[in-house]
Ligand binder design. Structure first.
Ligand code: ADP
Ligand code: MG
Length: 224
């Protein structure tokens, strides 16, 4: 469902060109569980951002569900992103002035889902992730693990087929990290394609397919 060919990403920093991705060829099928590891600066986040349509490649092509998304306008890409991709970040990226429930409802609001339905769905998600009592709390009133569970509820509110997580446990204590991994894996078990960037070898090893990046290239691709 994800098909990358000859992807390059060059960042221009002043008069210097930083070559973050160098000739990435990658196919990921529907329902896979993939981990992406490698040293800091090797291009993991850049690759995930391109897959998640948060960034554009400098060269190469990207097909998602058979459709070439490389040439779409920003607006068209935003629509594809909304329908197909959920994104979870290391630092949660919740909206500080909104409650947990409002954060979860945000993508549904942007998708034009009516208030009653938004409320019903967000309540069910908060309940499922053990956050019912925290629905009206602001992010700053929540623990890291709670914030990440809100972020996952938000990322999955529109039931995207693909879930991307960039170091989702990187800012959590061990117990909260395990809870978050449990939620991500439960989503994978119900059919979601899951791609997780991590520094944690134990987490990386849980995936059914393990990619290792070095210097903007995929150096290892191991299954089983
Ligand atoms: P990783 O997630 O593996 O740590 P990144 O994808 O964040 O690596 O970064 C890969 C390389 O691209 C690094 O050299 C980084 O400094 C550079 N880079 C990433 N994002 C930007 C940006 N927005 N502007 C300039 N350079 C960037
Ligand atoms: Mg990174």
């Amino acid at each position: 469902m994800i098909s990358l060919r000859a992807i390059e990403r060059v960042f221009q920093v002043g008069d210097q060109a930083v070559h973050a991705l160098r000739g990435i060829d990658l196919d990921i099928g529907a329902g896979e569980y993939v981990s992406l590891m490698g040293p800091s600066g090797s291009g993991k986040s850049t690759l995930l951002n391109i897959i998640g349509l948060l960034d554009r490649a400098s060269a190469g092509s990207y097909r998602l569900d058979g459709a070439d998304v490389t040439a779409l306008s920003d607006e068209q890409q935003a629509r594809v992103r909304r329908d197909k991709i959920g994104f979870v970040f290391q630092f949660f990226h919740l909206v500080a002035r909104l409650s947990a429930q409002q954060n979860v409802e945000l993508p549904m609001l942007l998708a034009g889902i009516p208030a009653g339905e938004r409320n019903r769905r967000s309540s069910a998600l908060l309940e499922r992730y053990g956050l019912a009592e925290r629905a009206h709390h602001k992010p700053e009133q929540l623990s890291g693990g709670q914030r990440q569970r809100v972020a996952i509820a938000r990322a999955t509110a529109l039931q995207p087929p693909v879930l991307l997580a960039d170091e989702p446990t990187g800012n959590l204590d061990r117990a909260s990290g395990q809870e978050v991994v449990g939620i991500l894996e439960a989503l994978h078990a119900t059919g979601t394609t899951l791609i997780v960037v991590t520094h944690d070898p134990a987490l990386g090893a849980r995936a059914h397919r393990r990619l290792r990046m070095v210097d903007g290239r995929i150096e290892q691709d191991v299954r089983g």
